[in-house]
Design a protein around this ligand. Structure first.
Ligand SMILES: [Mn+2]
Length: 429
């Protein structure tokens, strides 16, 4: 599987280099930066261009020297250091595609200052060579556009990241049913997935009751709610496998009631819209369809009183669904290139009514993306709607809003592989 992946990656890099009139590229894995006035570093996050080529995700100071028509060289950082344990020696199918040279310190890195026609891909402050172009736009745009189409190797990694995250989601659901705190639930997730905090593709969102209405809720309450108070649970949590992310959200109600019925309705439309992620479809259109379907649900539950078209066009549906339907997923949880309309870097901005949409492209075979519709009861947005000059509030049934507010909100999110027909849902397997 890796050999086909390597073939695709090297073709894209070759074409990107030719387009940028370059002969080679140095791809730097990155390094951690220290806190201000401190000798403690922020968590290390590997350059996605680096881990696209090699599944080495936790080792700083490595460099891939890739040239047209030559075997690439991987300078693998193996410091002689008694402070930390050595990075694991490399193994796996992929090693056959590289000449691997261990480097122990800066002096072991070859002098690249005489390289001609090369670029450097890495953090802005990481390149010490004036002769190298830093992250040249022509090359970057080309690669970012084509990185959106995933190879079988990449899809398999994302699938495994889904399998692992679902273990964590199961453990978390059991915690909710037992009335555990948000923090206890988070710890159970970490244990079930065997992840460290810095290995998560993004910070877990573990939210009970009203906290579900905070889109990126980041606190984890240490105290347990009483059985009478605990109502709902929203968990948005993923895993990483070989540098590839999963990104999954589920929402639960503690008992069967109107809120659990609303969750079912959102889940049904979420699965339906996931099936529409086929080649040639505009993701902007899918996002708008989602607004219509969610507005229908809001009307069915008597939360709004107007039809779906009015709810969408007036911006009313944005009050309850204020984020995008989803985004590309892969080496980055919000994978790059979502607004890039072509390999020349032409940007297709989100529509004015939907500024937070991270993906505006027409879908291609083997794009991997999330489908994550939601309905939330967010005070700030509801208050704005109430004060809205276009009198948006007249379409809102405020007593029904009050009924649902204690539950926070609903989000259901799966990871989907785009196909010509029958997209593959990696989360429901
Ligand atoms: Mn997401």
């Amino acid at each position: 599987m890796y050999s086909n992946h390597y073939k695709y990656v090297s073709e894209i890099i070759n074409q990107g280099l030719e387009k940028a009139e370059l002969d080679g590229v140095l791809i730097y894995s990155g390094h951690a930066h220290n806190y201000f006035l401190d000798d403690m570093p922020y968590a290390f996050a590997c350059n996605p261009h680096f881990k696209w080529m090699v599944p080495v995700t936790e080792t700083p100071h490595c460099i891939i020297h890739y040239r047209l028509n030559a075997k690439p060289v991987l300078y693998m950082f193996q410091p002689q250091d008694y402070w930390h344990s050595l990075p694991k020696m490399v193994e796996g199918d992929w090693t056959a595609f590289f000449e691997i040279i261990a480097i122990g310190c800066k002096e072991d890195v070859p002098d690249f200052s005489n390289l001609k026609n090369h670029c450097w891909v890495g953090q802005a402050d990481s390149c010490e060579y004036d002769n190298l172009q830093h992250n040249p736009k022509v090359y970057m745009d080309y690669v970012h556009f084509h990185r959106a189409c995933k190879t079988d190797y990449e899809i398999e990694n994302i699938r495994q990241a889904n399998v692992l995250a679902l273990k964590g989601h199961n453990a978390a659901l059991q915690c909710f049913q037992k009335g555990y705190s948000e923090f206890e639930t988070h710890m159970a997730y970490m244990l079930a997935t065997q992840h460290n905090e810095h290995q998560l593709p993004y910070g877990n969102i573990i939210a009970q009751n009203e906290n579900g209405a905070v889109l990126h809720y980041q606190h984890m309450q240490r105290n347990r709610l009483s059985k009478d108070d605990l109502k709902s649970f929203l968990i948005d949590a993923g895993c990483s496998v070989n540098g590839y992310a999963s990104d999954i959200t589920r929402t639960y109600s503690l008992v069967d009631n109107e809120f659990s019925e609303m969750i079912k309705a959102v889940e049904k439309m979420q699965i339906a819209i996931g099936k529409r992620a086929v080649v040639g479809v505009s993701y902007i259109d899918l996002h708008k369809q989602a607004h219509h379907m969610l507005a229908d649900i809001l009307k069915d539950f008597d939360v709004i009183t107007c039809d779906a078209q009015t709810a969408h066009d007036s911006g009313l549906s944005n009050v309850f669904f204020p984020h995008g339907l989803g985004h590309y997923l892969g080496l980055q949880v919000h994978d790059c290139g979502g607004h890039q309309n072509d390999e020349n870097g032409t940007i297709l901005s989100p529509p004015e009514l939907h500024p937070f949409l991270r993906l505006t492209r027409t879908l291609q075979e083997n794009n991997v993306l999330t489908i994550e519709p939601g309905i939330y009861f967010i005070d700030m947005l509801l208050n704005k709607a109430k004060a809205n000059s276009r009198d948006m509030g007249k379409y809102i049934n405020w007593s029904r809003v009050n009924d649902f507010k204690p539950y926070g909100g609903i989000r259901i999110e799966d990871n989907i592989v785009v196909k010509a027909e029958n997209p593959v849902n990696l989360t429901r397997i």
